[in-house]
Write a protein that binds this ligand. Structure first.
Ligand code: PMP
Ligand code: GLU
Length: 408
């Protein structure tokens, strides 16, 4: 008797999409392994090394034997550092008992949805959204309710849209600012308007994903949890992956109302037992230090943003947004829908992204993975040379595809 994987794998996992960001990054690696020179602008990962003093802190932690389980929500040392960071940088009041440190912000988000969702509960997800929100919501039994926005509003949903989407089944709203994949940063007033709508309804949790906080080219970063009427119902998610260039350390965290922190602690206790001990020790050192490298990396990203935007604007047919943070640009490529270069046809953003990979050897991610069918995402967490060469290739490749003037 043989085993039938189709029967073995749960329906939940069978209906789960593979992470599009990770999938495209892998496709680019596969082509590179065949000897093809691929420029991968698909994965959202800073290309800088982790600052030396943070690595030193991890070596020290290991050498002194900090290699054992920590308390499930994190060591008191890192939770204190996070609580102080929330207070001093964001104006948020989360006591150390309200902090849960996890294996990346991804796990913080998974903990929250596993902790709050019952089958049929709805979660409002402004689009474009980060790929994993929707899959984690579905996996946790919830129903993602997508709120659409477009490039002309710089990808901002309005309070009126949020109001209209709320039903008795609405349990939460989740968004990122600065946003992955658009780089949009919400202003105080925009968040206040949306927040005021939420606050009028009982039992809707706000999940503010602030993982790109430090990669912000504006002079404001507003934490929605500071609004008086949302204080007791906001979970603020953040992490070390982006601002400290620590993707591989798998270290993220959230501050939340005590009831939610307790529930997430319970989930985490059964699922991972928490984040790595030496990552936590180094993370506390990172948070307690000045943000020197963080600011340097932010400045480099801003320069690269300007570079890639100016280059993309020279590509006929692309409509380019103006990102204000993170390290992504999300151009509208729909002018190319319905075109062909003789052997590849572009009918949608998936085709466009695929054609750029196979024809131009540039890895991007289709906007469809982020809830937008007209755009693609390019990560400019890459060197100037890579950015210049990638856009040159895209531009040259697109000469073969004649944009349909009606779509312009
Ligand atoms: N939120 C957003 C918006 C992201 O882009 C990412 C990407 N990694 C995460 C959360 C998760 O980050 P990590 O798990 O590496 O902390
Ligand atoms: N958040 C990054 C991205 O959007 C890393 C990959 C992932 O975790 O999805 O590309």
């Amino acid at each position: 008797m043989s085993i039938q994987p189709k029967k073995m794998i749960s329906e939940k996992v069978q209906s789960m999409e593979v992470s599009a960001t990770l999938k495209m990054a892998q496709k680019a690696r596969d082509l590179a392994a065949q000897g093809i020179h691929v420029i991968s602008l698909s994965l959202g990962e800073p290309d800088f090394d982790t600052p030396e003093f943070i690595k030193e802190a991890a070596y020290t932690a290991l050498k002194k034997g900090n290699t054992k389980y920590t308390p499930v929500p994190g060591t008191m040392e890192i939770r204190k550092a996070i609580s102080e960071k929330f207070k001093s940088e964001n104006g948020l009041d989360y006591a150390p008992s309200q902090i849960v440190v996890s294996n990346g912000a991804k796990q913080s988000i998974a903990n929250i949805f596993m902790a709050i969702l019952n089958p049929g509960d709805e979660v409002l997800v402004p689009a474009p959204y980060w790929v994993s929100y929707v899959e984690i919501i579905k996996f946790s039994g919830g129903i993602p309710v997508i709120l659409h926005s477009d490039i002309d509003s710089n990808f901002k949903v309005t309070a009126a849209q949020v109001e209209k989407a709320i039903t008795p089944a609405t349990k939460a709203i989740i968004f990122s600012s600065p946003c992955n994949p658009t780089g949009t940063v919400f202003t105080h007033d925009e968040l206040k308007e949306i927040g005021d709508v939420i606050a009028q309804h009982e039992n809707i949790l706000v999940i503010a994903d602030e993982i790109y906080e430090y990669i912000n080219f504006t002079d404001y970063h507003v934490s929605i949890g500071t609004f008086e009427n949302l204080k007791d119902r906001t979970a603020t998610v953040n992490g070390f992956s982006k601002g400290f260039s620590m993707t591989g350390w798998r270290l993220g965290y959230m501050g939340a109302p005590q009831w939610l922190a307790d529930a997430c602690n319970k989930v985490q206790g059964q699922i991972t037992s928490g984040a790595a001990s030496f990552s936590q020790e180094a993370g506390a050192v990172a948070l307690n230090a000045k943000r020197i490298e963080t600011v340097e990396m932010r400045n480099a990203f801003m320069r690269r943003r300007d570079l890639i935007i100016s280059l993309l604007k020279e590509v006929p047919g692309l409509k380019v947004n103006q990102p204000q943070g993170a390290f992504y640009v999300f151009p509208d490529v729909s002018a190319y829908f319905g075109t062909s270069n003789g052997h590849e046809t572009i009918n949608n953003a998936d085709d466009f992204s695929e054609a750029m990979l196979t024809e131009a050897h540039v890895g991007t991610v289709s906007g469809s993975a982020f809830g937008n069918d007209n755009c693609i995402r390019l990560s400019y967490a890459a060197s100037d040379d890579e950015i210049i060469e990638a856009v040159r290739r895209i531009k040259a490749c697109l000469v073969g595809f004649l944009p349909n003037p009606q779509n312009k």
